[in-house]
Design a protein around this ligand. Sequence first.
Ligand code: NI
Length: 158
Amino acid sequence: MFLRNIIKWNKKFYPSVMRQRMFSTNSTSTDDNKPMTQNLNTLFNTFSDHWSPKIAGEINNMHLKLVKVQGDFVWHHHDVEDELFLVTKGQLKMKIKDPVERVEIVNQGEYIIIPKKVEHCPCADEECEIILLEPKTTLNTGNVKDDEKTVKDLDSVI
Ligand code: NI
């Protein structure tokens, strides 16, 4: 009886999130979902390697990723995933075969979406910073296994 009254009182006076924070022994579940402002410069400054995407957030079944690129990547496509490349610094040269080979220039503040099955090869003359939005299943080299460029286990920057 005493316990039931405590639970009633608890529900009445504290919203669910506050209850979990105050009374739960496992508070990490609520903290993980706490909305927090992220700063792109701060996050990009935490790493320097190229062609190695870092997880910067989760949206539904998607990963928001940050990547620095320079030089040429590898030609590849993704059988089931579309990819977003949003350039936040520098200039991306996206080579595309659809089916004729061409180059799309993507400047800072611009983005390009590569539909599934389209052959593409991202390149950059100078270091370029990019935000990617793609399903968690997306492998950076798509259908191609490249000993140097393929990254299976991504590090997180948040
Ligand atoms: Ni790709």
